[in-house]
Design a protein. Structure first.
Length: 99
């Protein structure tokens, strides 16, 4: 299932927002508390998406979906990560699975 992870901001906790996710089959995940460090990974990924990958505005929802899908593919399969000793997340996961 598609999972949307967020902090506990009021907009994410609202019944309206939660209902939208349920209607579209998304699972919501939130930090345990209000500690900003619990959401550091999500904030980092969002920063990379906004600052490196999604540099232009989409013309419509179809194009936005394509842009996000391409960005996720680049992030996971092409972009080396310093914390992973300059390997991609996909390469690290594959190596772990074949141990």
């Amino acid at each position: 299932p598609l999972i949307h992870h967020s902090d506990r901001g009021i907009q994410y906790c609202s019944n309206y927002y939660q209902d939208i996710h349920r209607r579209h089959g998304l699972t919501c995940s939130m930090t345990d508390g209000y500690d900003c460090y619990q959401n550091a990974l999500a904030e980092r990924v969002n920063g990379i998406l906004k600052g490196e990958l999604l540099l232009s505005r989409s013309a419509d929802l179809k194009q936005a979906r394509k842009m996000v899908a391409q960005s996720v593919q680049i992030y996971n399969q092409e972009r080396p990560h310093t914390a992973l000793k300059y390997k991609t997340p996909d390469a690290v996961h594959q190596a772990f699975l074949w141990q």
